[in-house]
Design a protein around this ligand. Structure first.
Ligand SMILES: [Zn+2]
Ligand SMILES: [Zn+2]
Length: 103
């Protein structure tokens, strides 16, 4: 599925250079496939993704990785609320689907 975070999928969400990769906001054991199915991914260039300096890329930067997961959860819950759930229901539904809550 297409990413649900931004409609500008041709440019890096972080720096605006042309997209070279998709970063899955939620990943790890069995979760990446769910994130793919739910569109929880953002367009980025290779430098901002996993090639640049550790403080400028999302991978291997522990705080950026945590924020990435929080952003993914927020995007998922927002979509669920738009589709009719209350915020509490969306939080619980996310927790059940991903077996964890980052918020
Ligand atoms: Zn970039
Ligand atoms: Zn990634």
């Amino acid at each position: 599925m297409k990413g649900i975070v931004t409609e500008y999928n041709d440019i890096c969400l972080f720096c605006g250079k042309p997209t070279e990769a998709q970063h899955h906001l939620i990943y790890g054991k069995g979760l990446r496939a769910l994130a793919e199915k739910d569109g929880l991914k953002i367009p980025c260039c290779n430098d901002c993704h996993n090639i640049g300096d550790v403080l400028e890329r999302i991978h291997d930067n522990p705080m950026a990785e945590k924020l990435s997961k929080m952003m993914g959860q927020l995007a998922w819950e927002k979509r669920a609320v738009v589709n009719g759930m209350t915020e509490e229901e969306a939080r619980e539904a996310f927790r059940i689907r991903y077996n964890k809550s980052w918020l």
